[in-house]
Design a protein around this ligand. Structure first.
Ligand SMILES: *Cc1c(COP(=O)(O)O)cnc(C)c1O
Ligand code: SF4
Length: 352
């Protein structure tokens, strides 16, 4: 924020952003059109992190709408990972045999400009009503092959602690559900939501993982750190997922700082996602070759705990494929293996 003050409430449209000095008034007509198409929200916590004097601010890049969002390229898809065809009941996406998504609502604390579900998410969006939520939970109860329930959305931590506790209790009571996982941006984007009541709602005997979506080290404010500490005290295991984004975390320095900051907060980096080609997001794309080289440059320099799986979610619902750098290459009679500290080793095949 320009004067270092916090807005009291999320900034939810182009005019509010201009009023806070975060976007140039000259862009207003274009940004009003963008905001009419894709939801906008910048929480006080994230607005406070933005330096409006820096045109390359990595926090601003993630949340502030940009006129280019109205230009969709031919390669971009409205539902890039094809959730639609894999929905047995409203709010459930079932693509892998052992796990399924539960989307209790489609609202988020912030609306990321690169979001792969940007055509679906929004403040009005998609809250399952009581009966729909029970039907979705009944689907999990009726499918014993599904061992893991993954709450996503939207952001499941936007639910009230009471509703969240109900979902966690019902899933925990299903003997075949061994893992409950939540994907959330709330602990960094709106840490004030992580109240004692919310942490208590997540405290269960069933293994519960929270996969935190964060893309830049600066998102780990003191309040975010406190929120993560509160969750880990409640027995929540913390994982991290990030999207590789041009201008946000596409340098070795920025990626190293992000991964190290995650770990320092007990967040184990899990996925680094290649950008999904949702409409109007082309400005964020980093070529896969560059992503692989970036990660390879960190191997050996960073604790092995920091290593995420670099993955591409294939269109048409074919799942997430690992696309990270290869260190082993087939050669005549064995494997040529590159060492992360330099050097190369030939591992001959074992004698038959
Ligand atoms: C991403 C995703 C999952 C989770 O995949 P993991 O590789 O286990 O993290 C599960 N179901 C769907 C439909 C997904 O898109
Ligand atoms: S928090 Fe997740 S679902 Fe919500 S806008 Fe950001 S990327 Fe999309």
């Amino acid at each position: 924020m320009p004067d270092g003050s916090l807005p009291a409430r999320p900034l939810r449209d182009a005019d509010a952003l201009a009023g806070a000095g975060l976007v140039p008034p000259g862009d207003l007509p274009a940004l009003r059109a963008v905001a009419a198409r894709y939801a906008v929200s910048v929480t006080p916590a994230m607005a406070a992190l933005i330096d409006p004097a820096d045109p390359a601010d990595p926090i601003a890049a993630q949340y502030l709408p940009h006129p280019s969002e109205l230009d969709a390229t031919a390669q971009e898809l409205a539902d890039p990972i094809a959730d639609g065809p894999h929905t047995p009941v409203k709010g459930v996406v079932h693509r892998y045999p052992d796990r399924a998504l539960l989307k209790p609502l489609l609202a988020c604390p912030v609306y990321c400009r690169f979001c792969f579900r940007r055509e679906q998410v929004g403040p009005a969006g998609g809250v399952l009503d009581e009966a729909e939520l029970e039907a979705a939970l009944d689907w999990f109860a009726a499918n014993p092959g599904v061992r893991e329930a993954i709450l996503t959305g939207g952001d499941p931590l936007m639910l009230s602690p009471r509703r969240l506790a109900h979902i966690v209790r019902r899933l925990s009571a299903m003997p075949h559900i061994g893992i409950i996982r939540l994907h959330s941006r709330v602990p960094v984007a709106d840490p004030g939501r992580v109240t004692a009541a919310l942490a208590e709602a997540l405290d269960t005997e069933t293994a519960l993982f929270l996969c935190l979506h964060a893309n830049h080290a600066r998102e780990f404010t003191d309040a975010a750190r406190a929120a993560l500490r509160r969750l880990s005290r409640a027995g929540v295991a913390l994982l991290g997922q990030s999207v590789l984004l041009r201008g946000v975390n596409d340098t070795a320095e920025a990626m190293e700082a992000l991964l190290r900051t995650m770990l320092a907060n007990r967040v184990k980096p899990y996925y680094l996602h290649q950008l999904d080609r949702a409409p109007g997001t082309a400005r964020f794309e980093v070529p896969i070759a560059e992503g692989r080289a970036l990660l390879a440059s960190l191997r050996g320099r960073l604790t092995g705990l920091a290593w995420p799986t670099y993955a591409l979610d294939l269109p048409e619902g074919q799942g997430k494929a690992p696309i990270g750098p290869d260190f082993a290459e087939r050669a005549e009679g064995g494997w040529r293996v590159r060492g992360p500290l330099g050097g190369e080793h030939f591992q001959a095949d074992a004698a038959p």
